[in-house]
Write a protein that binds this ligand. Structure first.
Ligand code: RTP
Length: 155
């Protein structure tokens, strides 16, 4: 099939508690579907402190770590795995910069938030972190493999 490399990646995307509370879940999912990515896992989770510590282990010595733990515990998150060509990098572009002030309009953070401490969404930043985060948040039986038989370029 012309233009189809078959190189599929998976990334973890999480709508943080503020995003859920502000009813942004549908809008965010719509953007990923419209872009052409495939949803392969989805759940609403109130994250435990243990899970959040593991997720943000690399940031444990940062001054904002305690605030980050408390922010991420404020309510349930919608955690998803999206699949498709270059989805890790493309998702990060769709999210915008870590600091919403640096995020261009048209990105999720550029359209929906102003504070780094309430930046609405998380997305894995590399192949290694995507693999680590997917196995942290999901069991194997929660990840679904499905295909669009007649149109393989639709991931
Ligand atoms: P994320 O992991 O959530 O996608 O964010 P990121 O890679 O863009 O940024 P990272 O440096 O890993 O930071 C993780 C989350 O910590 C919060 N944060 N607060 N100065 C601050 O108060 C500060 N800096 C970072 C943000 O929620 C950020 O997304």
């Amino acid at each position: 099939i012309p233009g189809w490399t078959g190189v599929n990646e998976r990334t973890l995307v999480a709508v943080k508690p503020d995003g859920v509370q502000r009813r942004l879940v549908g809008e965010i999912m719509r953007r990923f579907e419209n872009r052409g990515f495939k949803l392969v896992a989805l759940k609403l989770v109130q994250a435990s402190e243990d899970l959040l510590r593991k997720h943000y282990w690399d940031l444990r010595s940062k001054p904002f770590f305690r605030g980050l733990m408390s922010y991420m515990s404020e309510g349930p998150m919608v955690v998803m795995v999206w699949e498709g060509l270059d989805v890790i990098k493309t998702a990060r572009n769709m999210l915008g910069e870590n600091n919403p002030a640096d995020s261009l309009p048209g990105t999720i953070r550029g359209d929906f938030c102003v504070e780094v401490g309430r930046n609405v969404i998380h997305g894995s930043d590399s192949v290694e972190s995507a693999e680590k985060e997917i196995s942290l948040w999901f069991g194997q039986n929660e990840l679904h493999c499905w295909v669009h038989n007649s149109r393989p370029w639709i991931y």
